[in-house]
Design a protein around this ligand. Structure first.
Ligand code: AKG
Length: 267
């Protein structure tokens, strides 16, 4: 009897997992498919608390200025200046474990609330790593998380993505699929995955928050040092401070007057 080793199919990593998933399973799914949805990571109570915290912020947030932002879409920039609702999630062990595994040294790049308004058309498909003009193929240097603050459906603008389109490929021909997920889910996706916000054909907005991480040797999309007031940053957990720019990348990228930036923050 042969050992059958060469003919055995390698089991595919899942793209949908439950909230008790481990880091290795998410990383395997990301490497194979470019995205993984962790369903119901947050319970209903937490989702409601986040929505309550964001409601007054959204009330004063203008709609977008171009096709990419979406003329009927509101974007909450400077998120960590405006709410404490994501402090623990940005440094959750599952999130950091996954981002550590793919990026090693990283920082928050573009933490943004995204409320796609009724009637909004689909956002152009794009890759989050495209803003950095580096030739393909390259190592993954962006990992994003999309936190669903209500059920994401094909109708209300669930993020559209092309499974397996990561790794430095040109824009794929096949149509994207909607990443439908129940409220409280978080979707991890690689910066090289082709995706975009979906069209919202319903009468209600679709609210999600992206916490995007980028390789720490790159410039973060948002300048957190100016976006988040220093006294706010000083009260944050140390790991979150680092992710918001008060950290160094080995050996010493990001120093301030020869010292670790956290020492400057602490005065
Ligand atoms: O809102 C979404 O579902 C995705 C938005 C997005 O990809 C972006 O703005 O870069």
């Amino acid at each position: 009897m042969g050992d059958g080793g060469s003919s055995q199919a390698v089991p595919s990593a899942p793209t949908r997992v439950g909230p008790d998933v481990d880091v290795a399973t998410v990383v395997a799914g990301l490497r194979e498919h470019g995205y993984v949805v962790v369903e119901r990571f947050l319970d209903d109570e937490r989702v409601a608390a986040i929505r309550d915290a964001l409601a007054p912020v959204l009330a004063t947030t203008p709609e977008g200025r171009n096709d990419f932002e979406g003329f009927a879409t509101k974007r909450i920039y400077a998120l960590f200046a405006k709410t404490r609702a994501f402090d623990d999630l940005a440094i959750h062990p599952l999130v950091l474990g996954v981002v550590d595994a793919i990026l090693e040294h990283h920082q928050l790049s573009a933490p943004t609330g995204i409320e796609i308004g009724p009637g909004s058309p689909a956002q152009p498909l794009h890759r989050d790593d495209q803003i950095y003009p580096l030739p393909d193929p390259h190592r993954e240097f962006v990992v994003n998380t999309m936190w669903a603050l209500e059920d994401f459906t094909a109708e209300n603008g669930a993020t559209l993505l092309v499974p397996g389109s990561h790794g430095g490929q040109p824009r794929p021909d096949e149509p994207p699929i909607p990443a439908e997920m129940p409220a409280g889910s978080v979707m991890f996706y690689l910066g090289s995955l082709w995706h975009g916000g979906g069209a919202n054909t319903t009468g209600a907005p679709r609210l999600g928050v992206i916490l995007e991480y980028a390789w720490a040797y790159l410039r973060a999309q948002e300048n957190h040092l100016l976006a988040v007031p220093r006294e706010v940053a000083a009260a944050l957990p140390p790991r979150l401070q680092e992710l918001l720019g008060y950290g160094i990348c080995p050996p010493f990228v990001g120093y301030v007057d020869g010292r670790h930036p956290r020492r400057v923050l602490q005065g």
